[in-house]
Design a protein around this ligand. Structure first.
Ligand SMILES: Cc1cc2nc3c(=O)[nH]c(=O)nc-3n(C[C@H](O)[C@H](O)[C@H](O)COP(=O)(O)OP(=O)(O)OC[C@H]3O[C@@H](n4cnc5c(N)ncnc54)[C@H](O)[C@@H]3O)c2cc1C
Length: 472
């Protein structure tokens, strides 16, 4: 019966593509309508600065894509997707001219973390060893009845803690600083519950998978997903913004890779009043201010170890990063913001003309911020790489409004599809998760579980639920 159902997906981000592939695998005819001129949402590569310099418009580093249970089940390498691992997943420079480097192997990491080596190993080893069990459990709606209750209880006991509570186990300020940078990916203040979970997941994934970048950039992930979908009989229609679901009456099943605010705009007439009220209460998280650079040379890091990693976290000590994130949570702009930086061209020569380089950097800002953070971001890069500004050939700053104009899901610059606090972790965006009040309409974006990041698991679970409802 499912095979006869005509289906479509609104939006071709990684979750829209994952949803469409699941529907196509089940034999449904499926079309994707994508607003922008190219597919992939926040997983696209563009010449944002100068000819020949390829920049990742949104995401750049992919532990969760490489470790995604669904993406791992697809033959994406057959369509050219190739992961590149820098020798170390992460470098975190400090003011004394050295850097804390997170090694990929947990034994190497424990050795390099000195006095915290054993604590690090004891904290992470059980989860690193069981990533295959843990990943499907954490990359789905919060499980009331987990399939692996002992593992999940063990993970939950630590993951629910704040980053501040977790770092109290470390003796060295260096380890504390490094964990702060990983936990700051949560967009939460580092004394908030759940902020520790992000730090843990980043650290576990660094050892269990690595933090790879794709050869030729983000677009090669979206390209591989599109090619696989096409092979299964699906179609992607770019430059096809959906302004109202009333234009899609011929489809019996509609999955929406959009956030709640957009769903209200395109589907309000089809939704019940009580569901509309719930979506109206959905909260977005802080935004980001991003800069892409074309460079004449590699970044001149004072700590040369920073050249071993595609990802570099700039923010100094735990206390400084905590203050920066606290400011953003309170609606303020940090004077010395925590900056996440990627330097892919050091490991992938397809990103820039010979001998030249690219860099990608962003900091967190209040949602919808209109403040220009360029000087503050460059201040942080210069702090750890004096002379950086002299190698800049061109730069392109993207404010929250610019980002949203290039991908409507980036509401106010929020890259996670909505705040990820305890409430929206469990009820995302409502207790129905993927289902809406209209029986043929489902949500499949990062505003559903498990939330932001490139893993496709929101789309996977949404499509599975949609198929169950169709077959019923
Ligand atoms: C600057 C930045 C840095 C990031 N860094 C990382 C990272 O390093 N690693 C990581 O794992 N994640 C990262 N992320 C997050 C990650 O990219 C997102 O969580 C992920 O892309 C969400 O996927 P999605 O499919 O839900 O939405 P999106 O990727 O946002 O895709 C949504 C798609 O829907 C389309 N759309 C919206 N409305 C309509 C409409 N009405 N009609 C038709 N089409 C529509 C949009 O144009 C877009 O193509 C980053 C994001 C950004 C922006």
């Amino acid at each position: 019966m499912a095979g006869a159902t005509k289906s479509c997906v609104v939006g071709s981000g990684p979750n829209g593509l994952a949803a469409a592939i699941v529907l196509a695998q089940a034999g449904l005819p499926v079309e994707i309508f994508e607003a922008e001129g190219s597919s992939g949402g926040a997983v696209r590569t563009m010449e944002l600065t100068l000819p020949g310099f390829q920049h990742d418009f949104g995401s750049a580093v992919y532990p969760l894509a490489a470790g995604s249970p669904f993406f791992s089940s697809l033959p994406l390498h057959d369509y050219g997707l190739q992961w590149i691992h820098s020798p170390a997943p992460l470098a975190h420079p400090l003011d004394d001219g050295t850097a804390v480097v997170l090694e990929r192997g947990i034994d190497d990491a424990a050795r390099s973390l000195g006095p915290d080596g054993n604590v690090w190993r004891n904290l992470l080893q059980p989860f690193v060893d069981n990533w295959g069990i843990l990943a499907p459990e954490v990359l789905r709606p919060f499980p009331l009845l987990p399939k692996h209750p002992i593992q999940m209880a063990r993970f939950g006991k630590t993951a629910l803690l704040s980053a501040k509570a977790i770092v109290s186990r470390f003796r060295s300020k260096r380890t504390q600083a490094m964990f702060a940078g990983m936990a700051a990916h949560s967009f939460l203040a580092l004394d908030e519950l759940l902020s520790g979970a992000f730090g843990l997941l980043m650290a576990i994934s660094a050892h269990a998978i690595g933090w790879p970048i794709p050869r030729r950039g983000a677009q090669s992930i979206s390209g591989a997903l599109c090619s696989h979908l096409t092979k299964l009989g699906g179609t992607v229609r770019n430059s096809s913004r959906v302004d109202s679901l009333s234009a899609l009456l011929e489809y019996e099943l509609i999955l929406c890779d959009v956030t709640p605010r957009q769903l209200l705009r395109i589907a309000a007439q089809r939704l019940s009043q009580s569901y509309v009220r719930k979506l109206e209460r959905y909260r977005y998280g802080p935004g980001v201010f991003k800069v892409d650079y074309a460079l004449s040379a590699p970044i001149p890091w004072r700590a040369s170890e920073c050249r071993r990693s595609a990802t570099v976290h700039l923010g100094g000590s735990f206390e400084e990063i905590a203050a920066s994130e606290k400011a953003v949570r309170s609606g303020e702009h940090a004077e010395a913001p925590f900056v996440l930086l990627a330097q892919p061209s050091l490991f992938d020569d397809s990103r820039a003309p010979a001998g030249k380089h690219t860099a990608w950097a962003y900091c967190h800002v209040p949602n919808g911020s209109q403040i220009d953070m360029l000087q503050r971001i460059e201040g942080q890069i210069e702090r750890f790489a004096p002379g950086f500004q002299e190698i800049v050939l061109a730069r392109r700053a993207l404010s929250p409004a610019n980002l949203e104009s290039m991908d409507a899901n980036l509401v106010g610059g929020d890259i996670g599809g909505g705040a990820m606090d305890l409430r929206q972790f469990v009820f995302r965006p409502t207790r129905r998760h993927y289902a809406t009040s209209a029986k043929e309409v489902f949500l499949c974006s990062s505003s559903t579980p498990p939330g932001g990041g490139v893993h496709g698991m929101c789309g996977y679970h949404a499509a599975k639920e949609a198929l169950r409802s169709t077959i019923r």
